[in-house]
Design a protein around this ligand. Structure first.
Ligand SMILES: [Zn+2]
Length: 93
């Protein structure tokens, strides 16, 4: 799901409020700030049995994530939107 401009601004404001460094930890020579990706990413959880994943027709658990990516080397890190923005704001369409 694409972020609205309003939601992108709330995410960036929340990252700043939590003092999240937006400079890449991998290629610290890069002076460009990391970029917030335009779309929400879903971290999906499947039931598993040993090394087998069970894909059922039922509900699938997920965590909504914001991803920021280094424009220099591509290193990415993600933040759980429920933790960052609160459940109501995070799950708002
Ligand atoms: Zn980098």
């Amino acid at each position: 799901m694409k972020f609205s401009q309003e939601k992108k601004e709330k995410i960036l404001k929340a990252l700043d409020a939590h003092k999240i460094k937006q400079i890449c930890p991998e290629c610290q020579g890069a002076i460009l700030p990391m970029n917030l990706e335009n779309s929400e990413q879903l971290l999906i959880s499947f039931d598993r049995n040993g090394y087998s994943i069970s894909i059922s027709e039922g509900d699938i658990d997920f965590s909504p994530m914001a991803v920021i990516t280094c424009p220099h080397c591509g290193y990415s890190k993600m933040f759980n939107l429920i933790t960052l923005l609160g459940e109501e704001e995070a799950l708002k369409a």
